[in-house]
Design a protein around this ligand. Sequence first.
Ligand code: SAH
Ligand code: SF4
Length: 435
Amino acid sequence: MDKSKLAYTHTYGCRANVSDGEKINGMLAEMRYGFTNIQDEADLILFNTCAVRENAENKVFGNIGALIHQKRRNPDLIVIVCGCMVQQEHITEKLYKTFPFVDLIFGTHVLHKFPELLNEVIINKRRVTDISNTETITEDLPIRRESEFKADVPIMFGCDNFCSYCVVPYVRGRERSRKPNDIINEIQGLVKDNVKEVMLLGQNVNSFTPSFPELLKEIEAINGDFRITYMTSHPKDLSRNLIDVIANSEKISHHLHLPVQSGSNRILELMNRGYTVEQYESIINYARELTPLISITTDIIVGFPGETRTDFEETLSLIKKIRFDSAYTFIYSKREGTKAAELPDTVTSEEKSAWFREMLDVLAEIGDTAYERYVGKTLRVLCEGEGRTGQGQFTGKSREGVIVDFNSDNTDIIGKFVNVKIDKALKWAVLGRST
Ligand code: SAH
Ligand code: SF4
């Protein structure tokens, strides 16, 4: 292949998709593609899509539609759509019909076949679609990582939880865990290459088999100074044992991203989440008892079908009680094929938007003072780069996952750990000086 061919790839959605995107880029690099950020100069354009909410899908349709002019100018341009969206048959049909210039569509299960499928497009000059369902795990795909000192490591794929609003189990298939040895070997290699933070990825890392706490202990035992983070934890499977492991560890992050989704037990049941508000609170209390500086973040959905003002107010009360450090917030989006799509939805979208704004105000007010507990403390920070806020020379993240902007006399610290004494709390960040 001509060495000068340039690829423009864009990934939407969650960390699992970003991780797939790094493998796609790894395979493209092996096929000797170079990379560009300028869509107009690309010979190959790839969208790695997300299906979790409808507006993410609409954005992709818009972006693909806009390619028609470039394809007219350059008929050799290769256009590829992959990821969760196309794993839904009705979407792939629509894409195929609406956009005849899309050359290749492939789903989440056949990532490893990408080079083969692309060759078929190039050699046979025909459109190719592969959204077949093969729930195997392919190890050792090439990876083109986005950071030199931070790495995402998927430990499991798919999801078996079938939360009633969620499309993920349909587009990512059944839950399957990688072999602990494969994970350990990969992380040993990363640590040797000077990676300082590994993020273990799964839709529900707590249900990793044989055991997530045991896996964490094995990773902790790898020699070297590095940090272990993970996402996402599902409250129904988060055991006290896991919190004990975290509290006794040197390397595991003290940040818990624990999506609660709603503060109403009635809605949690309709969502098929498998826990109550009381169980959720109890596990948070235990985590705070053992690791007092821990930061707690969450995901919340507003406007689930049948949610009433009373249910919504219960969510507000829970937010105020837990005082989340931050939250990803979403207005419910109906996903075809899910259980919730069949439930009657009576609240208007105007009303949902008003509730949503009300919730953001409550979260913002908590955010104003949440980080004050770090003032006067010394946090261990992985320096990620030069500061961008103008309030410190450098920026990084603490073990608690908190953004720390700080000054330091030593300037050779990017990609290294430094201790930072915190002297001021801002909204969503803290300021300090290295000690
Ligand atoms: N596996 C993770 C979350 C994956 S999706 C977990 O269970 O926590 C990320 C977030 O998107 C979810 O936590 C949820 O808050 C939101 N989400 C998923 N489906 C949604 C939908 N149909 N409408 C609105 N938000 C949704
Ligand atoms: Fe979706 Fe629930 Fe699985 Fe998370 S646990 S991916 S919200 S079905």
